[in-house]
Design a protein around this ligand. Structure first.
Ligand code: GLN
Length: 538
C-alpha cells in the first residue's frame, strides 16, 4: 500500500507548511505507519547549497549529502527517520534530470514537452522516494503559495497522480486566516480565493489546515466548509503556539489523523503512540530553570529584522539537549562583528553558560569569532565549535598558544595556513564548479579514547554529516598536538581531523562535521547533550 498526501499553501508564505507536514507525519507514524516526506522547492537552483542563508535559511544536509531546504531537517526531527536525495526536488533539479535523459536518448526520439514530461518526472521521483524508504505514506510539500507561477507544474503532477490513483491521493491546503486589528474578526475570504485558485488547477483540497493567531470557531469552520466544499470535520484549527513540537498533539485534538485515514479509504486507528512526544511537550511547557547559550554568528540580519532560520538545526539541537536535562533553553544571538569593533564586549560572554560558534563561509566576522573563542578558552566557558567554528578554534590555538601567524586558505594566502583547502577541492574551485561539490554527507570518524567526545558518544567509530571544502592542515598537526591540542576524532580513510578538544577545560570541543543535523527531539545529540551538561554545571 502507498498513499500520497500533497500539502500546498494558500494566502501567503511562512505559515508553517513544513511544520504541518512534519506533524502530520508524526501523527501517522504514531498510528503505526511507515512515513516519509518530500520537499519541493519551486526555484531554479538545483539545490539549496548555492544560496545565502539570509536569503533562504539554513542549508540542511542529508546522510547522502544533498544540500536542501531546512524543512527536510524538520521532517527528520519529527519523523525520527533519515531522508534521502529523492525526497528533495527543485524546478532546476527536475529539468536537469529530464534534459539529461533527453541527451541520453531515453525519450526514444519523441518530442519532450513541459507537460506531461516534467510532471511525469516529478511523479516518478515521488514514487522512487516512497520505494526507497519502503513507506506506506509519502507526504509531499509543495513549496510556495498557490496562485504563483513557479509551482504550477508541481500542482499539475499532483493532479495527474490523483487522476491515476483517486483513492490513494489526498490534497491538503494549509491556509492563513488573518484577524485584522481594526476589524478584530477572523476573515475567511483569502482562504476562499486560495481554494478557487487551486480549483482552477484542477485540484479540490479535501482537508484545510487553518493557520491563524487564534483557534477557529464553529462559525468560521462552517463558512470555510460551505464556501470551499470541504467537510466541516476536515477544517482543522491550527492556531499559533509556543512550541512547534506541540503541533502534532493539537492536530490529534482535532482528530486529523483519522480524518486523513478515512479520506484515504483506510480504517481509523485509535491507539496511538504519542506518549513520549506528549512528555516532551509537557517538559517544554513546564521548564523554568534556564540554561543560557550564546550563538555567535553573522547570518542574522535582514533589514530591521533578526532571522534565526539560518541556524535552525543548531537552535533545535540546543533545545533538545536542554529539555533532556529539564532546563529552559535561553538562546541569544551574538553578532560576530561586534567583537571586532569593541573588545570590552567580550566580558559579556561570561554571563553565558555556554557559547557556540556555528558554521559559516567567507572572511566577514571571522576575527570577531576568533576573539570569542580565545575568551572562551582562557576563561573556561563551555564552548562548542561547528565546522567553521572548529577551523577558527584551530587558528585561535595556533595564534595564541603556538605563537604562529595562523590563518585559513579560505581567507588569505599569507601566514601559516593551519586550515587548508582539501586537495580534491582545488581543481573544483579553479573550474568554478561550486554547486554540490563540497565534502558532503556522512563520513566515519574514529574517536580517541579518554576524550570528552569518547565519553559523549560512548563508542569508537561514529558517523556524522559534513559540508566543507577546507580542513585542518595535516602538516601542522604534530606542532599543534605538541602544544596540547587534542585530535579527538579522525576520519580513518583520509586521515582528516574531525574533532579537536582542549585539555584542562570544562568543555571545549569543536567538530569539522555538523552534529546539529542528527539531533532529534527525543534523542539529543551526544555532543550537544554533554555541552549543555557542562553549561549547566557552570
Ligand atoms: N567555510 C568552511 C569550509 O568550507 C566551513 C564550512 C561550514 O562551516 N559549513 O570548509
Amino acid at each position: 500500500m502507498k498513499k500520497y498526501i500533497f500539502v500546498a499553501g494558500g494566502v501567503m508564505s511562512g505559515i508553517g507548511k513544513g511544520i504541518a507536514v512534519s506533524s502530520i507525519g508524526r501523527v501517522l507514524k504514531s498510528k503505526g505507519f511507515k512515513v516519509t516526506a518530500i520537499k519541493i522547492d519551486p526555484y531554479i537552483n538545483v539545490d539549496a547549497g548555492t544560496m545565502n542563508p539570509v536569503e533562504h535559511g539554513e542549508v540542511f544536509v542529508t546522510e547522502d549529502g544533498v544540500e536542501c531546504d531546512q524543512d527536510v531537517g524538520n521532517y527528520e526531527r519529527f519523523l525520527d527517520e533519515n531522508i534521502y536525495t529523492d525526497n528533495y526536488m527543485t524546478t532546476g533539479k527536475v529539468y536537469q534530470s529530464v534534459i539529461n535523459k533527453e541527451r541520453n536518448l531515453e525519450y526514444n526520439g519523441k518530442c519532450v514537452e513541459v507537460v506531461p514530461d516534467i510532471p511525469n518526472e516529478v511523479i516518478a521521483t515521488i514514487k522512487k522516494a516512497g520505494e526507497k524508504t519502503n513507506s506506506e505514506f509519502v507526504l509531499i510539500e509543495i513549496g510556495g503559495t498557490v496562485g504563483e507561477y513557479q509551482n504550477m507544474l508541481f500542482l499539475e503532477a499532483a493532479r495527474m497522480l490523483k487522476l491515476a490513483h483517486p483513492k490513494d491521493v489526498l490534497f491538503i491546503l494549509v491556509s492563513y486566516l488573518p484577524i485584522p486589528n481594526k476589524i478584530g474578526e477572523m476573515k475567511t475570504k483569502p482562504t476562499q480565493y486560495a481554494v478557487r485558485t487551486l480549483n482552477s488547477a484542477g485540484i479540490q483540497p479535501q482537508i484545510i489546515l487553518a493557520r491563524s493567531d487564534k483557534p477557529l470557531d464553529d462559525i468560521r469552520k462552517n463558512k470555510i466548509s460551505v464556501f470551499c466544499s470541504v467537510d466541516q470535520r476536515d477544517v482543522i484549527s491550527a492556531p499559533d503556539i509556543d512550541s512547534i513540537y506541540e503541533v502534532p498533539l493539537n492536530f490529534e485534538k482535532e482528530n486529523l489523523g483519522n480524518r486523513i485515514l478515512e479520506e484515504l479509504h483506510l480504517d481509523p486507528v485509535y491507539e496511538k503512540d504519542l506518549e513520549d512526544w506528549s512528555k516532551l511537550v509537557n517538559t517544554i511547557k513546564t521548564v523554568t530553570d534556564p540554561v543560557k547559550i550564546g550563538i555567535v554568528g553573522k547570518y542574522f540580519e535582514t533589514g530591521k529584522f533578526t532571522l534565526t532560520d539560518s541556524y535552525i538545526s543548531v537552535i533545535e539541537s540546543v533545545k533538545h539537549a536542554a529539555y533532556f536535562f529539564n532546563k529552559k533553553p535561553e538562546i541569544q544571538w551574538l553578532s560576530a562583528e561586534d567583537y571586532e569593533q569593541d573588545q570590552s564586549k567580550l566580558k559579556e560572554l561570561s554571563s553565558f553558560d555556554g557559547i557556540i560558534v556555528p558554521g559559516g563561509f567567507g572572511n566577514r566576522g571571522t576575527e570577531g569569532k576568533i576573539k570569542v573563542i580565545q575568551y572562551c578558552r582562557e576563561n573556561k566557558i563551555p564552548f562548542l565549535g561547528l565546522c567553521l567554528g572548529m577551523q577558527l578554534s584551530v587558528i585561535e590555538f595556533a595564534r595564541n598558544v603556538c605563537g604562529l601567524n595562523a590563518n585559513s586558505t579560505e581567507f588569505t594566502k599569507e601566514g601559516e595556513l593551519v586550515i587548508d583547502v582539501m586537495p580534491e577541492q582545488k581543481v573544483l574551485l579553479k573550474e568554478k564548479k561550486y554547486g554540490g561539490t563540497m565534502r558532503l554527507g556522512a563520513y566515519d570518524c574514529k574517536i580517541k579514547p579518554g576524550t570528552i567526545s569518547a565519553r559523549a558518544y560512548n563508542k569508537e567509530l561514529i558517523s556524522e554529516r559534513h559540508r566543507h571544502r577546507y580542513e585542518l592542515n595535516n602538516s601542522c598537526r604534530k606542532l599543534l598536538e605538541n602544544r596540547g591540542l587534542v585530535m579527538a576524532g579522525v576520519n580513518p580513510e583520509k586521515d582528516l581531523v574531525e574533532i579537536i578538544e582542549i585539555k584542562d577545560h570544562p568543555f571545549f570541543v569543536a567538530t569539522q562535521f555538523h552534529p546539529e543535523f542528527k539531533s532529534r527531539p527525543l534523542r539529543p545529540h551526544p555532543l550537544f547533550r554533554e555541552f549543555i551538561n557542562a553549561s549547566i554545571q557552570r
